[in-house]
Design a protein around this ligand. Sequence first.
Ligand code: FAS
Ligand code: PHB
Length: 395
Amino acid sequence: MRHTTVGIIGGGPSGLLLARLLHRAGIDSVVLESRDRTYVEQRQRAGILEQATVDALRAAGAGERLDREGLVHHGIELRFDGRAHRIDFPALTGGRSVMVYAQTEVVKDLIALQLGEGGPLLFEAQAHAVEGADTDRPRVHYTHQGREQTLTCEYVVGCDGFHGVAKDALPEGVRRSYERSYPYSWLGVLADVAPSYDELIYAHSPRGFALGSLRSPSVSRLYLQVPIGTDPADWPDERIWDELDARFALGTPWTLRRGPITAKSVLPLRSHVTEPMRYGRVFLAGDAAHIVPPTGAKGLNLAAADVVVLARAFAQLKDSGSAELLDAYSATCLRRVWRAEHFSYFMTSTLHTDPGQSPFETRLQLSQLERIASSGHAAAELAENYAGLPIGSDA
Ligand code: FAS
Ligand code: PHB
């Protein structure tokens, strides 16, 4: 039987960042991660960090490689109807920008810190139940090294993602779920070729959505809207490049450089929120509490925002005995969560061509995109949401 102040289920970005922020505040924790280190570090996920996320990683001591290798981006490009329009973040948000630094690298940096500076991080430790959420000694039952174990805690934080077990600690009558699925998926690819663009391209096209991103000056990260149930094996490299060419096409000549595709995967799109994000002494953070379609680059950043708010609350409790911030955690996070849910829904429904949509709906999308391209107010609304709202702010 182990005991800790904060039991963290999940060693993804939210669990790892929370453990580091708590450590910096002098609060002990134990992280239980069901997969092995290699799996967690290689899992291809997000690529864009908001300024607030960068600030949190620096505060956690994980800013050194990020500041050296991260790429600051001051805008994105929207493509639609054969035209391109740039969204200038600093001009529209009073100076804010974003950082391109892959989630895989964030996780590697946080794991190295956790293993180096202390704080138990147990890999291949699968939590299967949380008990006593409404007592002052919640317990996590988990399996590690083939043995059934129990972690007794002052508090438990579920950072265990969409398929985790922590949310089951919320009783039926307490837990509320809000869900929306999208009638398409994303085919994501990694390619060993320098990106043909300086900033991310979000493209609306009659053939479907396409996104051009990157992982480094020599590695491109690209996405295609594909039908639900798409098998990546049905998409040989040539077909992927041809389809990207067609969807990024402009009225003027533009070339998308091609190279060997080194990874392909299909990702379902969904919106989901579990409320409240707390029951008794059990808290939910990150994907354990909410999921957004990645069109708004919000997923990882929302997870970071949750744990910044939670770490501040635990620090207040430790330093002053006040539980004010802890009691406000769920409401504070949910304001920002719903703002990000709406923005991600807006970007997804405006830029994707639903297979069953009418020509009328397509004209509405083009009208919305034209509005953003021609109105500073409309562009500023997109820029503010994309670059990220201050953490703990009223949305
Ligand atoms: P995570 O899901 O990252 O981590 C949860 C961790 O808990 C995992 O390591 C899991 O192994 C562990 N776990 C689960 N159950 C457990 C149990 N019972 N016991 C112990 N451990 C357990 N966001 C973007 O912004 N842009 C993107 O392009 C993007 N692409 C994505 C692609 C995919 C395939 C997915 C699934 C998500 C993507 N996201 C993207 C969102 C993603 O980045 C998440 O928002 C981010 O990983 C959230 O981090 P966590 O909350 O830590 O959850
Ligand atoms: C990525 O680089 O993986 C990425 C960037 C922006 C998004 C989604 C994914 O909106």
